[in-house]
Design a protein around this ligand. Structure first.
Ligand SMILES: [Zn+2]
Length: 428
C-alpha cells in the first residue's frame, strides 16, 4: 500500500491516502474524503513501479503527515476508514483481507487469479489470432499460430474443416478454463450437453440437417463471429471484472463480512456494457442446447413438449411451435426452458434477469457515496463487487455458449457426415 498526503478539493482539509497499487493498463477509482465524504476520482496506469502513474482530483499536501487516513484498493474489497497504525481489522490490508475471507481456499483464490491474468494477457492474444485465421479460413496462418500455442513439435490433424474447428476451439477452452478456475457450472452443463448432442445426432437425421442448413446459409458463422467478438471484449477488459471470482469462493459467513467492505473501482459503464451485451449474445446460443434436449426427450429438435415450463411470463401461452418460435421469445422466457432441464439449471442461473433489468435500466448508476449500483424505482440494488461477480458469471456462460456454436459448426461442416460414415464403416 502506498501512502500519499493529499488535500481535498472540496473542504480543503489534508489527509493520508493508503492506496493499493498494482500493474494495470488503466484503472479508474475513487475515494471518499475522510472529512466531508466527497467522492474524489482518480486513475492509475503502468506495468511496473518505474512507469506507474497515479492521477487524482485531489492536490498534494506538502505539510507533515496528516493523521486522518483513508484506505482504498481498486481490486480488493476494503474498509475506507481503516488505519493500519490503529488496527489490523478485515479490510485494512489487501492480501490479508482476501486470505481471511477465503480461509482454507485462499491458495485456490491466489492461484486462480494468477493463472487467469496470465491466460488473459499472454495466451489470449495468440488464441484470438488463431480464431481470426480460422474464421477467415486462412489455413496456413491458422496452423502456424496454433503450432506456436501448442508447441512446434506437435502433430496437429488439420485436413478437414471440423478438425481445424476443434483445434481452434481447444485453444479457446484452455483460456476459458484458466480464467474461470475450477469452480464453474459451465463444466457440468457442457458435459450434459455433449451427452444429449451425441444421442441426438446418432438417432435423428433432422438434428444434423438443421446444423447443415444453418452452416450453409452462413447463420452459424455469423453467430460464432458475434460470440467470439464478445469473448474478446470481455478478455481484453479482464482487469475490470477479475475480482468477480471472489464471491464464488466465499461461504455464507464470509459473504456477510464482504458486504461491509467496498471495491473502490469506478468502471460501471464498462461492466454494464459487458453484462448487457454478454447476456444478449449468450441467449442467442441457447437454441442449440434446446435442440439437443428436445431431440433426446421427444425425438425432434423443434418439439418443445405440450406445456410451457414453470416461470415463463405467460403461463397460458403454449410452448413455441419450433426453434424459430423459441428464438422470438423474450430472453427471460428462453432461459426458463433451459433452467427447467435439471442438469442445466445452475448454469442458467449465471444469467440473472433481475440484475439484467437493474443494470439495464436507463437510470442505473454507480452511487459513489454507498458503493452500490442503483436505479430509480427499482427495489434491488447490488454492490459493485456483486456486479463484478455477475459479469464474471456472464463471461463463464458466454464461453460455454461458444462451445454450443462450435459444436453446431462441426455437425454442419460438409466433411463431418462423411467422416462419421467412414468411422462406422471401419467399425463394421
Ligand atoms: Zn473533503
Amino acid at each position: 500500500m502506498n501512502r500519499m498526503y493529499l488535500i481535498c478539493p472540496g473542504c480543503a482539509e489534508p489527509f493520508t491516502l493508503r492506496l493499493g497499487i498494482g500493474a494495470t493498463k488503466g484503472t479508474r477509482f475513487y475515494l471518499p474524503c475522510p472529512h466531508c465524504s466527497l467522492p474524489i476520482r482518480g486513475s492509475m496506469s503502468g506495468s511496473s513501479l518505474e512507469n506507474h502513474r497515479v492521477d487524482m482530483e485531489a492536490g498534494q499536501y506538502t505539510g507533515s503527515e496528516p493523521s486522518v487516513v483513508v484506505t482504498i484498493h481498486p481490486d480488493v474489497p476494503m474498509r475506507h476508514d481503516a488505519d493500519s497504525r490503529k488496527s489490523m481489522d478485515l479490510g485494512t490490508f489487501p492480501t490479508l483481507t482476501l486470505a481471511e475471507l477465503t480461509g482454507d481456499r485462499a491458495m485456490e483464490l491466489f492461484q486462480a487469479m494468477a493463472v487467469g491474468s496470465e491466460a488473459a494477457e499472454d495466451l489470449w492474444p495468440k488464441v484470438a489470432r488463431s480464431v481470426e485465421y480460422y474464421l477467415a479460413d486462412n489455413r496456413e496462418l491458422l496452423m502456424s499460430t496454433l503450432r506456436d500455442i501448442w508447441g512446434r513439435e506437435s502433430e496437429l490433424p488439420s485436413e478437414t474443416a471440423h478438425e481445424r474447428a476443434s483445434l481452434t476451439n481447444g485453444a479457446m477452452v484452455v483460456v476459458w478454463r484458466q480464467i474461470v478456475g475450477p469452480e464453474t457450472q459451465g463444466d457440468p452443463f457442457i458435459r450434459s450437453y455433449w451427452e444429449k448432442d451425441r444421442a441426438a445426432f446418432t438417432e435423428c437425421p433432422k438434428y444434423i440437417e438443421m446444423a447443415q442448413t444453418l452452416e450453409s446459409d452462413g447463420t452459424l458463422s455469423g453467430i460464432q463471429r458475434l460470440v467470439i467478438d464478445q469473448l474478446n471484449t470481455f478478455i481484453r477488459t479482464f482487469e475490470s471484472w477479475r475480482m468477480g471470482i471472489l464471491p464464488r469462493l466465499l461461504d455464507e459467513a464470509a459473504k456477510q463480512k464482504v458486504d461491509g467492505l467496498r471495491v473502490f473501482r469506478d468502471e460501471f459503464s464498462t461492466l454494464r456494457d459487458l453484462y448487457l451485451q454478454g447476456f444478449e449474445v449468450v441467449c442467442k446460443t441457447l437454441r442449440f442446447a434446446m435442440a439437443a434436449h428436445n431431440t433426446v426427450e421427444r425425438g425432434d429438435p423443434d418439439d418443445f413438449g405440450p406445456q410451457a415450463p414453470p416461470g415463463v411470463s405467460d403461463q397460458k401461452r403454449n410452448p413455441p411451435p419450433n426453434l424459430k418460435g423459441y428464438d422470438r421469445l423474450a430472453n427471460a422466457d428462453k432461459l426458463c426452458y433451459v433452467r427447467n432441464v435439471p442438469e442445466w439449471s445452475e448454469w442458467a442461473d449465471y444469467l440473472n434477469s433481475t440484475i439484467r433489468n437493474t443494470v439495464g435500466h436507463a437510470t442505473a448508476r454507480h452511487e459513489l457515496t454507498t458503493g452500490r449500483i442503483v436505479a430509480d424505482r427499482l427495489p434491488e440494488d447490488i454492490t459493485y463487487l456483486n456486479l463484478m461477480a455477475a459479469v464474471f458469471d456472464v463471461f463463464d456462460a458466454l464461453a460455454a455458449g461458444a462451445q454450443l456454436v462450435h459444436r453446431q459448426r462441426v455437425l454442419g461442416s460438409p466433411d463431418f457426415a462423411r467422416v462419421e460414415e467412414s468411422k462406422e464403416a471401419r467399425q463394421r
